[in-house]
Write a protein that binds this ligand. Structure first.
Ligand code: ADP
Ligand code: MG
Length: 456
């Protein structure tokens, strides 16, 4: 085999073993530069691609290459940039209305039978250290439906890919099993409404039938079921019916089962009985990979160098939705203003975009978010009731206003339904102390913080 044949055969095999976007992103411009007696040198288009391929695919490449040429023991990687100019920008004219069209089109991709959106696939899901566990659990259940990890419970903060992953699992199942199995995706909000309407219109049988006859039930954002007793009851029975029949259940939540505080104990223990996997913040490499994938699949008329892309990746570490949104907006503005993606232009635009986000967090927003988090109304939160389930969230609001927003004690006292300022001080001290020894509480406060800052 000559160099070209060896590399073509290796690529052919690689293409079968990794997802298409990954393949295209990392190996599109790759080449076999040199071959010695027991080593080869592979050229990759950038330092970033080199690092990614080395850490993620080296073993696989070596295995494949050795199938063809067993004497190869070593693979080295070298940067070999493509012969394109650094920045090219499309001269195609795009009007803003065309842009919004591209953004909204995905809403029409929902299959009414499964309620799944076809835009979410494994092929366009980047696997990094932050979601590796959740991803492998999701792919594992495909082969072992209803048995291996049941239920599969995935949790993580806002915009980190929970919906994407669980929907992609559903779509993959449909692809593999075709019409042999029934898959159903539902957001918890929809489920709650269906139960409420079912009760009101005496049509609960319909709701029961709809969800109890599926083979795979995917429930998104289960935290919204907290505090809704009737819905929990119904869900519990649906869950048991499916579970006992070895049907697969996949659940997502913004927090771990331990932190679903107002969840019935019996439901919580069901959740904990399966596989619980978290999704955390993507590291820099993963964010870069996501940006590259997005750039290639949706904005392929743009070429942006890694240097410049990394400016964007650095700005948005906590939320992938924001990261993607920033890229789309940046490219949109570049097109409309007919600018090139130079370092200076991107830096200016990033500042423009992020400045628009900086808003002052209001006490009202804190009160609203904490209320939502614990499923209690604003009125209850501001009331003078001493019920245990109200006291803690109320103290957390006061703590938050003091610690992060630096309001004075009397101002907080007034905002919180005209209390005494010593009450605020007491709440602040109580939570501060509690935080030093209660890990769960610190997790809750982090989640709340994340939600507040993500509302912008
Ligand atoms: P969540 O449900 O956790 O709030 P989503 O699943 O809605 O988050 O993800 C937010 C956006 O980020 C979506 O557009 C999704 O496609 C994208 N996204 C999240 N994780 C990844 C990933 N690992 N690879 C590619 N895109 C991702
Ligand atoms: Mg979601």
């Amino acid at each position: 085999m000559d160099n070209k044949e060896l590399w073509q055969s290796t690529l052919g095999e690689l293409e079968l073993q990794i997802t298409k976007p990954n393949f295209q992103t990392w190996f599109k411009n790759s080449d076999l530069i040199e071959k010695g007696d027991d080593y080869i040198v592979i050229g990759l288009e950038s330092a970033f691609a080199k690092e990614w391929v080395e850490t993620k695919y080296h073993k696989l490449i070596l295995k494949i290459v050795r199938n063809f040429e067993p004497e190869i023991k070593e693979i080295r990687y070298q940067i070999q940039p493509p012969t394109k100019p650094a920045t090219i920008i499309s001269k195609k004219k795009v009007t803003p209305s065309q842009e919004t069209e591209v953004l909204n089109i995905s809403e029409f991709n929902i299959d009414p039978r499964t309620n799944l959106n076809s835009r979410y696939t494994f092929q366009n899901f980047i696997v990094g250290a932050n979601n590796e566990l959740a991803y492998s659990a999701a792919t594992a259940i495909i082969k072992d439906l209803g048995k291996k990890y049941n239920p599969l419970f995935i949790y993580g903060g806002v915009g980190l890919g929970k919906t994407h992953l669980i929907q992609a699992t559903g779509n993959e199942l449909k692809k593999i099993y075709k019409n042999k199995i029934g898959v159903r995706y539902v957001s918890t909000e929809t489920f709650v409404n269906e139960v409420i309407n079912g009760i009101k219109n005496k049509r609960m049988e319909d709701v029961k039938n709809k969800y109890r006859k599926v083979d795979v039930l995917i429930v998104d954002d289960i935290q919204f079921i907290a505090g809704k007793e009737k819905t929990q009851e119904e869900f519990f029975h649906t869950f048991n019916t499916l579970y006992e029949n070895n049907k697969q259940i996949i659940i997502s939540s913004d927090r771990s089962p331990y932190l679903l505080s107002t969840l019935e104990e019996r439901l919580r223990s069901r959740f904990e009985g399966g596989m619980v996997a978290d999704i955390s913040y993507p590291d820099f490499e993963t964010r870069m990979a996501i940006l590259k994938l997005k750039l290639q699949s949706q904005h392929s008329d743009f070429f942006i160098s890694d240097d410049i892309l990394s400016l964007i990746a650095e700005k948005f570490p906590y939320n992938i939705r924001e990261l993607e949104g920033a890229l789309t907006r940046l490219l949109g503005i570049l097109k409309i203003r007919k600018l090139n993606p130079t370092k200076q232009n991107i830096e200016n635009l990033l500042n423009e975009i992020t400045n628009q986000r900086v808003m002052i967090v209001s006490p009202e927003l804190v009160i609203k978010t904490v209320g939502e988090f614990y499923s209690i109304s604003e009125k209850e939160l501001l009331s003078h009731s001493r019920k245990k389930e109200l006291v803690k969230p109320r103290q957390i609001v006061m703590y938050f206003l003091r610690e992060y927003l630096k309001y004075s004690l009397p101002t907080i006292a007034r905002k919180m339904g005209n209390r005494d300022h010593t009450t605020v001080l007491h709440a602040y001290n109580k939570i501060s102390q509690e935080l030093t020894k209660n890990y769960l509480l610190s997790q809750e406060i982090n989640l709340i913080k994340e939600k507040i800052y993500n509302k912008h």
